[in-house]
Ligand binder design. Structure first.
Ligand SMILES: [Zn+2]
Length: 277
């Protein structure tokens, strides 16, 4: 699944490859998929996208927003899979869930293996969509200060007991983070995934905050994770520290074998020595 760094990478590349191009034809998928969410019919999509010009795309959380001017916005949200650019003459994939062809013969396709929203909105109306509406600050927003982050933790201390992994992966508390990047954030912060939020010391809160910014920044700088591909079908440059390949191998810091544990809807990989707390 794309997380914030992959969405940032893809929208940056869309701006290099697509901005200013005119859509000749827009099509929704030729491959029915229960978990692709559309908000218009094939006919509407084709009619509304025809002749539109691609504006400057941007990412927020796990959502990508692509202006189709005048007046519309293509929204790709909570997606996994492939968002690919095809230069004129290149052969697009046989299966796709969205396809835009441009007047210069190039194309953009989106194909998901898991799920994802592929929706077209009148510009501005996307703000009313569930998950976009009221989205909390993401680690790239100026509002995501340490004071904000610490306040967010305070607000979660009453009620349901959450762990640090829960803070990073549940309920879009920190939009854009997911199970993949959370593993490396916790490793850098030297925190056990099950550590209750209520037990974090002020110093651990600070370490966690710093680890979020450092990890997000590094994955973006390296063009996304190595287990996802970018707009040009190249794997990202960021090699994850803690993932299935690391399980059982020595920790890069202390040499203890990395453990795998199922927890909160997905496996956790962590060093039992460095991430004791
Ligand atoms: Zn270790």
């Amino acid at each position: 699944m794309f997380e914030l760094p992959e969405c940032v990478t893809l929208t940056r590349q869309m701006n290099e490859a697509l901005t200013g191009k005119t859509i000749q034809r827009g099509m929704l998928g030729n491959s029915p998929h229960k978990f692709v969410w559309y908000n218009c019919s094939h006919e509407q999509f084709e009619r509304l996208t025809h002749g539109k010009v691609v504006g400057a795309a941007y990412a927020k959380g796990k959502w990508m927003f692509v202006p189709l001017e005048p007046g519309y916005l293509l929204v790709l949200g909570e997606c996994g899979g492939k968002v690919l650019y095809h230069p004129a003459g290149a052969k697009p994939p046989e299966r796709y869930h969205l396809w835009l062809t441009f007047d210069d013969g190039s194309a953009l396709t989106v194909t998901t293996q898991m799920w994802g929203a592929m929706e077209l909105f009148e510009a501005g109306k996307e703000q009313e969509r569930q998950y976009v509406k009221g989205m909390r600050p993401t680690p790239l927003d100026p509002q995501f200060t340490f004071a904000y982050f610490s306040g967010l933790i305070d607000s979660l201390l009453s009620g349901e007991k959450r762990s640090v992994k829960g803070l990073l992966t549940q309920d879009q508390l920190i939009p854009g983070l997911g199970n993949a990047i959370a593993q490396d954030i916790l490793f850098r912060a030297r925190l056990h995934p099950r550590r209750p939020l209520a037990e974090l010391t002020p110093e651990q809160r600070r370490r966690l905050y710093d680890a979020i910014l450092e990890t997000v920044g590094q994955v973006i700088a390296e063009g996304g994770r190595y287990d996802e591909v970018d707009l040009h079908s190249h794997a990202g440059g960021y090699v994850r520290l803690m993932d299935a390949k690391a399980a059982g191998k020595p920790c890069p810091v202390c040499g203890t074998p990395i453990e795998k544990q199922a927890y909160l809807g997905g496996a956790c990989y962590f060093c039992p020595e460095c991430q004791k707390a």
